[in-house]
Write a protein that binds this ligand. Sequence first.
Ligand SMILES: Cc1ncc(COP(=O)(O)O)c(C=O)c1O
Length: 391
Amino acid sequence: MRVSDVAKPFAARLNDIEPFRVVEVLERAKQLESQGRDIIHMEIGEPDFPTVEAIVKAGQASLSRGDTRYCPAAGIMPLRKAIARFYQTDYGLEIDPERIIVTPGASGALLLIAALLVNPGDGMLMTDPGYPCNRHFLRLVEGEGQLVPVGPEDCFQLHAAKAEEYWRDNTVGAMVASPANPTGEVLTAQQLLDLFELCEQKNGHLVVDEIYHGLRYDEQASSILSITDQAFVINSFSKYFGMTGWRLGWIVAPKEAVPELEKLAQNLFISVSTFSQYAALAAFEPEVRAVLNLRRDEFARRRDYLLSELKRLGFDIPHQPAGAFYIYAGITKFSNDSQAFCLQLLEEHGIAITPGLDFGSHLSHQHVRFAYTTSMERLQQAVARLENVLV
Ligand SMILES: Cc1ncc(COP(=O)(O)O)c(C=O)c1O
């Protein structure tokens, strides 16, 4: 074997694709744990509850039946129909199952949509702070995420007026998440409508990531689907349904886009995991939904507790996050360097949270994200530790 010490170059796009810092926090936390330290994990955007047993059993039954082969690229029809029924029962909406494409997580959905909508050199508007992978998906297809700085004055969401201000000649649409990561903030029906009308006026597309819809605590979240059938909706089995590792999500697309998305899915993935899809059918059973709704209520209890405690300790949280399982907290009372602040909390006090830098550059040194994806007891311990350090 010939060994060379001259490194061959990788593609230039890799210079623009940053690692997920939260994964680095997680790795360091695991290292400290292996040295015997007790770490409270509030960095992970993943429910701490295991997948509901009935779903696991349905997955096992599917494997035992021999569902070990490829399936249609758009997903198995029983699941597409089950998702359509979910829109009927939960939103009162009639959605044609043919408009639903099952994907490998919302991540797979985002990749398909980037490939569908974005030419090299095109851009899509997205919030800063926002879910960091979005701009990387666009970079992958030689487009760009056009970051719109949003802050407490906009409830960290993209509204039509600001979208209009930031719209450029190469902008082909806007991508929003409601509730959003890292802030848990939502867009109202009127705000979604205004954004959609702006996109129409500019002949652009609107993509709404509804992955945290099931985790809305005060009232039901408005879906763009109740306003128009011309926007793209992304959702997932990862968060409310508690199936992160099963890698399942979906898109609801305008009818004309479906054959193109199917063509892309055939090429990029061939199909989504077949047995995961049969497992997911069980997620819509009333008994399973009842368990999921109890879990959602538990997340709401955690949010209420953590929000009031963090405010009491001096974190700046001007607006109550309405959904997801995150609190995006201002730290200016304690530090102007979120990275150093998080590192110190981890190394010295065993609390793992995510620096704002993971989600963009706007106000990112002054913010950190707390994920309340751990038990109430652990949250109480975290608050006690924070109290010792900060007060
Ligand atoms: C806003 C948002 N969209 C998409 C995803 C991707 O989720 P998944 O691929 O697990 O469905 C995440 C994960 O944290 C997210 O926060």
